[in-house]
Design a protein around this ligand. Structure first.
Ligand SMILES: [Zn+2]
Length: 253
């Protein structure tokens, strides 16, 4: 029964994340005004604003002007609901669930904003890093020292890679936003997860980059935002980090 609630709660949070995704890049308030159709500006009534459900009842169109509603809305709500469900299954009703769900929710917002605007907002990654460090004081999964080392390794190592890339290729390959995002990931997951996140996101990012280059015939200057891959790597580390590290150490015994 609580499993169902965790999914409904996730969908409601996802609905709020959609508001953040639309308004944070424009530096608008995430509370005022209430939701309105971006096309006809008519406020959305509460019964048309039910996460996941309304989109399908309205067949993806505004009730008034019939303009299409972006599929971003149900996708973000669905992914957030699934994240809440999986984290609840892993941690149960606990501080760990609450903090790691906030962490994953931030990653979802960062991923979609980075895909749209090629920017990772500091207003999410910087407070997120602080919250992650403070959370380590009460979470059984991570020590304060591990969180602090994670921030330093996450922020420091990507900064070095970015500086080296810029020096070698005379252009910016990785933004400062990626560095701050990895610091936040380090704060929540610790230094070992930072290494795993860098390795897995680079691997998935390279494969995806090659596929896009082959499909679109673009040269290597085509910039693919790295934030979504770092976020994906972080989620893999959150759910399976210990298993992967154990497996790796076993292989290299
Ligand atoms: Zn409308």
């Amino acid at each position: 029964m609580l499993d169902v609630f965790s999914m409904i709660f996730g969908a409601i949070v996802g609905s709020f994340l959609n508001v953040c995704i639309c308004r944070v890049p424009k530096e608008e308030s995430i509370i005022h005004p209430g939701s309105h159709c971006p096309h006809c500006q008519i406020p959305i009534r509460f019964y048309d604003n039910i996460p996941l459900v309304s989109y399908f009842l309205l067949k993806g169109k505004c009730r008034h002007c019939r303009a299409g509603i972006s599929s971003q809305y149900p996708i973000v709500e669905g992914v957030t609901a699934l994240s809440s469900f999986l984290l609840f299954a892993k941690f149960g009703l606990s501080w760990s669930y609450l903090f790691y769900f906030s962490f994953v929710a931030s990653l979802i917002v960062i991923t979609v904003i980075d895909l749209y605007h090629q920017v990772i907002p500091d207003v999410i990654s910087l407070p997120g890093t602080g919250i992650g460090l403070l959370a380590s004081l009460i979470l059984p999964q991570i020590t304060f020292l591990n969180s602090l080392t994670g921030i330093l390794l996450g922020g420091g190592s990507l900064f070095l890679v970015a500086a080296l890339y810029q020096w070698l290729f005379k252009r910016e390959g990785m933004g400062g936003g990626d560095v701050k995002l990895l610091a936040m990931i380090g704060a929540f997951l610790g230094w070992r997860a930072v290494i795993l996140t860098i390795l897995s996101s680079s691997l998935i990012g390279s494969v995806t980059g090659i596929i896009i280059m082959v499909a679109k015939g673009k040269d290597s200057k085509y910039a693919i935002p790295f934030g979504p891959f770092l976020s994906l790597g972080a989620v893999i580390s959150l759910f399976h980090g210990e298993e992967i590290i154990t497996w790796y150490l076993y292989l290299n015994r």
